[in-house]
Design a protein around this ligand. Structure first.
Ligand code: AMP
Ligand code: MG
Length: 494
């Protein structure tokens, strides 16, 4: 019989309700993986609010037990650590990948019955690490923590961040940085690239296993219908159309929409060089390695469709025995993407502009606002928030003739609402954030954490980002973007 250590006893109070469904899949899906042994892991930040939502409680964990837990130290039952196998089109080029620095501990079932992956990112080398060190630096892990929690606050489907611990060991990038591990919570980590992996191996049997597993986990309503794989494809396309529309509506730029970074669950996943756009411009790119703007703001819908085409390709063997017939079916559904996207997008834009009903001219009103914003270099989120206020702020750019012309048109259209203007503006403020994780705020928070071990700016930022539609918080006053933001660059940090 094994003896219960103090750390185990602490861990038992956390309230894990663990299962390891992925680890029970056939062997091609993963390899066992053991997190690297660390001498001195330390908690940097714990997400108590998320823990409560998941039915977990860290209050009884000593700081040391928490650090060991989220560093994957001394793992025992119920954790069954694995690295998942997958492939991916990176900047268009197909590669066999797999978790090179992420280790899945298994799945936790929440009190409401939801099954969520608990994954440690930066936990050490796995069989898929290739040349990499399996590690991550504190800055990028805190960045993922902040931005993913901001997305959750905005109501956008996303993986979540439960903890960041520092490893006490340096990681070497262009300089030596403090190593860290992020605990990521996700509906699952099944990606377009997971399907592409089996597709590339021409492993039809396991492709079906994966499709059935994914349907059961994310689309259970499709389990017993005829043509379920085709409907599965359609449902995945639909969720991505909805997701990307939401990204566009807050100016979120993912930065590295490779097919291994597109989750079948429809959650935003793998925050690397992502950032929020300030001045509206469809060509906005922040990522230093995205030199041709493949993943620019305005390209995100088209790239999503391209990625979904790779997903459809992988699914072909399940769609029909006859390849030509399978291609026809897949192509038909893929062609629905632009219409789905546009509908989600336009409906979202109507909400942002406080329009209750739909009218044929709505697209034109939205587009001419965007055209004006582009020409005026107006701040994307700031403009929508200003329009939501009971009185438009007195600013030069709103006094221009070009803006006034648009504004008069909008006011006319706005008057078609049945509800009062005051209530329509209230509804607008509930969808147009007062607070987004502005690049300079994120950088300042990360710098304080990295250089001075000071997490207080991060906590303050996170506090505001959980209530992004509430202008009363202190941070609402700091939302003016710095003027020289066009040169802002983000880095993968891998
Ligand atoms: P990403 O750009 O974060 O989506 O990562 C792409 C691939 O590279 C994934 O397979 C990662 O697991 C792998 N990877 C990224 N950074 C590292 C690293 N430091 N060590 C090993 N593998 C890595
Ligand atoms: Mg990735």
């Amino acid at each position: 019989m094994s003896t219960l250590t103090a750390a185990d006893a602490d861990r038992n109070t956390v309230g894990w309700n663990f299962d390891n469904t992925y680890a029970r899949l056939p062997e091609v899906f993963f390899v066992p993986a053991i997190p690297a042994t660390l001498k001195e892991p330390r908690v940097s930040i714990l997400n108590h609010r998320l823990a409560r939502e998941l039915g977990l409680n860290f209050d009884a964990l000593s700081p040391q037990a928490a650090a060991e837990l989220f560093a994957g130290q001394k793992l025992s039952e119920p954790f069954q650590p694995i690295a998942q196998a997958y492939a991916g089109h990176q900047y268009g080029h197909f590669t066999m990948l797999g978790d090179g620095r992420a280790i899945l501990l298994g799945e936790h079932r929440t009190p409401s019955g939801r099954l969520v992956d608990i994954q440690l990112k930066g936990a050490g080398r796995t069989r898929f690490s290739r040349g990499g060190d399996g590690r991550a630096a504190l800055g990028p892990m805190l960045r993922e923590y902040i931005i993913s929690e901001a997305m959750a606050g905005l109501g956008i489907p996303t993986t979540r961040s439960l903890a960041v611990v520092t490893t006490g060991e340096p990681v070497f990038r262009t300089s030596a940085l403090r190593g860290a591990i992020l605990t990521r919570v996700a509906a699952s980590h099944i990606r377009v690239g997971t399907f592409a992996y089996l597709g590339a191996r021409q492993d039809e049997e396991n492709l079906r296993v994966l499709a059935d597993y994914t349907i059961e986990r994310h689309y259970p309503e499709l389990a017993d219908i005829s043509q379920k794989y085709l409907e599965f494809l359609r449902a995945v396309i639909d969720r991505q159309a909805a997701l990307i529309a939401q990204w566009q509506q807050v100016g979120f730029i993912h930065g590295v929409m490779n097919t291994d970074n597109m989750a079948i669950s429809g959650e935003t996943i793998d925050y690397g060089p992502c950032a929020f756009m300030n001045a509206y411009h469809p060509g906005t790119v922040f990522s230093s390695i995205d030199q041709h703007g493949r993943y620019a703001y305005g390209n995100q819908p088209a790239i999503a469709q391209w990625n979904l085409a790779r997903f459809a390709e992988a699914l072909l063997p399940l769609l029909d025995r006859d390849e030509k017939q399978a291609i026809d079916l897949a192509t038909g559904v893929l062609h629905e993407f632009p219409t789905m996207f546009e509908e989600y997008w336009l409906n979202g834009m109507r909400k942002k502009l406080g329009l209750e009903t739909s009218e044929p001219g709505d697209m034109k009103i939205v587009q001419s606002l965007l055209d004006w914003m582009e020409q005026a270099q107006a701040d994307f989120n700031g403009t929508f928030r200003d329009l939501s206020l009971d009185e438009l702020p007195d600013r030069d750019l709103y006094r221009t003739q070009s803006f006034q012309a648009w504004y008069a048109q909008w006011q006319q259209r706005f008057a078609h609402n049945a509800r009062s203007a005051v209530s329509a503006r209230g509804a607008m403020r509930a969808v147009n954030p007062a607070i987004i994780p502005r690049n300079h705020l994120v950088e300042a928070a990360l710098a304080a954490a990295e250089q001075h071990h000071d997490l207080s700016p991060t906590h303050r930022l996170l506090e505001a980002l959980t209530r992004p539609f509430d202008a009363q918080t202190e941070l609402a006053r700091t939302q003016t973007p710095p003027p020289a933001d066009t040169n802002y660059r983000t880095y993968c940090g891998t």
